[in-house]
Ligand binder design. Structure first.
Ligand code: FES
Length: 106
């Protein structure tokens, strides 16, 4: 099963297996990884699943939808590489993807 590496604001690394088809927010919640709450259940209305995606992985993701961009504008400390992890669906190609969790979610 493909893996995701979640890194918190202090550099703590947490590795989780996330099934293909599940999104990275669900993968974090199912594995009890602090820092990603997913309060809205993935319907893009909370931004508690905000992550920063390193460039080498960002290029492998489909672009954010307009609605995701709008929600990210309301997130705390958005950056150019911000994404909502509930909108990143796991694929075999994303095996080993790294996402960083913002300090505001620490
Ligand atoms: Fe609420 Fe992603 S879980 S926006």
């Amino acid at each position: 099963m493909p893996k995701v590496i979640y890194i918190d604001a202090n550099g703590g690394e947490f590795e989780a297996e996330v099934p293909v088809g599940q999104n990275l927010m669900e993968g974090a919640v199912d594995n009890m990884i602090d820092g990603i709450l997913g309060e809205c259940g993935g319907v893009m209305s909370c931004a508690t699943c905000h992550v920063y995606v390193p460039k080498e992985w960002e290029d492998k993701l489909p672009p954010a939808s307009e609605r995701e961009e709008d929600m990210l504008d309301m997130a705390v400390d958005p950056q150019d590489n911000s994404r909502l992890s509930c909108q990143i669906e796991m694929t075999e190609e994303l095996d080993g993807i790294v996402v960083h969790m913002p300090r505001s979610q620490f």
